[in-house]
Design a binder for this molecule. Sequence first.
Ligand code: ZN
Length: 261
Amino acid sequence: MEIEIRELKDDRLKFFLSGATPEFVNSLRRAILQEIPVMAVDEVDFMANDSVVDDEILAHRLGQVPLHTPEGYLLPSECDCRDGRCSNCSVSLTLKTEGPSLVKSGILESSDTEVVPASDSFPLTRLGEGQKLELMAIARLGFGKDHPNWQPALASYKYMPIFGWKKDGCTLCGDCVEACPPDLLEIADDEVVINDLEECTMCKACVDACPEGAIDIDQDSSKFIFKVESFGCMSPVRILEKAAEVLKEKCEDFIGGTERF
Ligand SMILES: [Zn+2]
């Protein structure tokens, strides 16, 4: 199996994965979506809320704020404390403010400076003149399979496209070039060529447009274009590493016959 990094940013990773099966690649995608523990607000105590947004909706919004997740925290199920509020398994984020203002995620004060919102600009609610908002939110580790608030990223893949063109029969009419929605085809040196093959959506508009049947689009089922788009809990590379660890653990458990599944 080989990985070729195509794009790497703070919140985004794109790579080619070759020599793998569709089942493995889908397992990797599902591990990213569901099996990586990250921090998210799980419980909110309201001391005051004069805003137009109800407690329940505001708590839901707080749960959707991605939080930076460092190593070292325990899952509530692994912690010895009974209420899931100790410093080993939880972080408290407090908020106390008075309007008029647009209340954003940056106003939350965390008990751990490493567990903070991935962005300060997520809007929570708006307060009018003299309206108060005071709350304490408890963040804990959790899994995307239990609630999307704990999903660390979007993960997706597609097969590597295969573009085929037959010189015999092609009249270079250019219909395929016109038909391609992402505008990837061109005629160069009396040949139809594709630029940026990985951007091909395999819609086959070029195949349908060609009156001579000179174009063929197929897919390579052993080579994939994989994307990870982090919500900000951790870097996309770390997310991929953790997903690989999860798959490795699952395989070892399966081979060992334990009942993790
Ligand atoms: Zn605890």
